[in-house]
Design a protein around this ligand. Structure first.
Ligand SMILES: [Zn+2]
Length: 433
């Protein structure tokens, strides 16, 4: 019988342990994975080729302004504010953003604050759950919970009404009436370095871990305009016009030393500012004749993204991998499909994982072993035919164990007066009988 994560520690956090709130501190995505990490700052731009007298679309790397901070540990942040009272909801949201930026979520996802009660009240009690079900809502109301963090978003598709006959709408109404806020991180937790997928692959032991589907940084300025002006006066005039095109924001500017052909200028602009900026430059003779437009590429965010591949430091047999994952997930049973030509004694040197329903990320990945929550019959057959062994845990059993890990990370970043607990009622709807 599947036991879900019933063996996880549910204990309410000790209120005697002194903790320091990190309100106001700026922490990068990497902070989640390593309590003592330094985030290297990505250089502001890469050298760009010059394309004169043409409208070119090229691909370059645009690097967003990511915070570059040293995050030693929540307990030892010297610049943090010591804070012992309850937290406002917006302050909790700031901490959650520091732990896993919502920008890491997939574009199709529905993450962040999903339900916000009209009367704000201090957050004294936070309940972590994989899914928000009737049983979990009952638990939340019984414990006078102020904020539910539901890994899966209980509201996903657009809704046109709020009625009782739809169970998700009913729960949302119930939350509003009880004054309980609901937040969902979903794929931002999957993607972030040290998040759900790193936790999942860690069940097999240490290894060289890489990301299967790389996360990319967002870039507000995604176009580069290169052109020439004849004089400093013309440059000043042009730049004033470009500034007006981008909502009054001064464009990032790079200027070369003047030569016989003039001053070579390079500026970046946002998507919305591209057309008006080009129109502005076309009003000037020399810039219009020398203008090149380059599309800037989003940079990869190392360590962040969907799915993980681990080259194990210590290869194991399939049988050992099964035992390790049962222990890691707190399950008595897993489903196994041995790869073609494999046995329980075959070696597992590489393992690809994706929490939840992982086929879309795992398909085509060369590995000895796939680990995910669920795959369809035909997806399993495809993997097996390539000699890849598949281990399935049922969907949420591949995710739920991370809640206990996250609870520890959140608990040290909120005041003592805020309790953070993992739901006891939350469980996978399927069990082996
Ligand atoms: Zn899932």
């Amino acid at each position: 019988m599947l036991t879900g994560c019933r063996n996880l520690p549910w204990t309410i956090l000790s209120l005697t342990c002194r903790r320091v709130c990190t309100r106001g501190s700026s922490i990068s995505p990497s902070a989640l994975c390593s309590p003592a990490s330094t985030v290297s700052h990505i250089p502001p731009s890469l050298p760009s080729p010059t394309h004169s007298h043409s409208f070119l679309t090229s691909r370059q790397t645009s690097v967003p302004p990511h915070p570059s901070v040293h995050f030693s540990s929540a307990r030892s942040l010297s610049h943090s504010t010591q804070f012992w009272g309850p937290m406002e909801l917006k302050e909790v949201l700031q901490v959650l953003e520091q732990l896993a930026p919502l920008s890491l979520a997939e574009s199709w996802d529905n993450v962040g604050l999903l339900v916000e009660p009209s009367k704000s009240r201090p957050v004294k009690s936070i309940l972590l759950t994989n899914d928000l079900t009737d049983a979990v809502m009952q638990e939340a109301e019984t414990m006078s919970c102020d904020l539910i963090i539901s890994y899966h978003p209980p509201l996903f598709r657009p809704i046109k009404r709020l009625v009782q006959k739809d169970w998700k709408q009913r729960l949302a109404i119930q939350a509003v009436e009880a004054g309980i806020a609901i937040f969902s991180p979903h794929t931002s937790w999957d993607s972030v370095k040290g998040g759900v997928n790193d936790w999942l692959v860690g069940g097999l032991g240490s290894g060289q871990v890489s990301v299967l589907s790389q996360a990319l940084g967002g870039a507000s300025h995604c176009h580069k305009l290169e052109f020439t002006v004849r004089s400093a006066e013309e440059l000043t005039a042009v730049m004033e016009e470009l500034k007006a095109c981008d909502g009054g924001t001064t464009p990032q500017l790079s200027v070369s030393r003047p030569d016989n052909s003039g001053i070579h200028v390079s500026v970046t602009c946002s998507d919305s500012a591209l057309t008006p900026s080009v129109h502005a430059l076309l009003r000037h003779t020399t810039p219009s004749q020398s203008l090149s437009i380059l599309k800037l590429e989003k940079p990869p965010l190392p360590g962040h993204g969907q799915g993980r591949l681990s080259v194990l430091d210590q290869p194991v047999t399939v049988a050992t991998a099964i035992q390790k994952m049962k222990s890691h997930l707190g399950l008595s049973h897993l489903r196994l499909a041995l790869g073609w030509g494999q046995t329980l004694e075959s070696p597992v040197r590489t393992a690809a994982v994706c929490a939840g329903s992982g086929a879309s990320v795992l398909t085509g990945v060369k590995a000895d072993l796939y680990i995910t929550g669920e795959m369809s019959h035909h997806e399993v057959l495809d993997a097996v035919s390539k000699g890849t062994t598949v281990l399935l845990s049922d969907h949420s059993n591949s995710e739920r164990g991370f809640l206990a890990v996250f609870r520890e990370r959140l608990a040290v970043r909120v005041p003592d007066s805020v309790t953070v607990v993992v739901s006891k009622a939350d469980r996978d709807p399927l069990e082996v009988v």
